[in-house]
Design a protein around this ligand. Structure first.
Ligand code: SF4
Length: 206
């Protein structure tokens, strides 16, 4: 039995791959998706006044085929230990949950049924890039005091992607292709690879 409570009162965080999958599902660009369907500058799905996910319909998820990773995993939580080994926990159901949790399958089978592989790969590679960017910004903040007197270039003055390109795959890929004078890829996997390459290039150049 489904009660749809798991799509209420949550914060559904999304990464650029998840945004791109959902945007493609709706037939719009990631720029339009971020503006219309997310909060926190593109980091969370919008929830309505009743605290229900913007994609929750009377019969369930309206974007089921492209729902984010956290929705696919539920009621599992995905974690990593100090050695970067993946492990899963079972999330306590909502107190008002009327759904039935089955325990007649293995975690491996459940993950395969939920088709999480493309999502976990994308989540891991974007997370690695995010850590690299955070380290870079921290190093830059440390250096800025020292460089202020010497007139060195700060991170903001370098060839930094436009604001929002970290999350907005279509904008980043379009700007990159315009700069390079090359056609934009249409395939989502190729766009994802190019988006990550753009971010990686910027980190290397900084
Ligand atoms: S995206 Fe779909 S499954 Fe995920 S919270 Fe929203 S309605 Fe529920």
């Amino acid at each position: 039995m489904r009660c749809l409570k798991c799509c209420e009162s949550k914060k559904i965080q999304v990464n650029p791959y998840e945004i791109a999958r959902l945007a493609r599902n709706l037939g719009i660009s990631t720029t339009e998706f971020i503006a219309g369907y997310t909060d926190g500058n593109g980091t969370f799905l919008k929830f309505d006044e009743q605290n229900r996910c913007t994609f929750l319909g009377p019969e369930g998820c309206l974007v089921h085929a492209d729902r984010p990773l956290v929705c696919r995993l539920y009621p599992l939580g995905r974690h990593f230990n100090d050695r970067k080994e993946e492990w899963f926990s079972e999330i306590e159901p909502d107190t008002e949950c009327r759904g039935e949790y089955g325990d007649d399958t293995s975690i491996e089978n459940y993950l395969a049924e939920q088709e999480v592989q493309a999502y976990t790969q994308a989540a891991d590679s974007y997370l690695d890039l995010l850590w690299e960017m955070m380290n870079l910004l921290e190093e830059t903040a440390d250096d800025e005091g020292a460089s202020a007197d010497s007139g060195s270039t700060s991170v903001d003055e370098r060839d930094m992607p436009e604001n929002g390109e970290w999350l907005d795959m279509d904008m980043a890929v379009r700007n990159h292709c315009l700069r390079k004078g090359q056609p934009c890829p249409l395939d989502l996997d190729e766009k994802t690879r190019m988006h990550q390459e753009v971010i990686r290039l910027w980190i290397k150049q900084s």
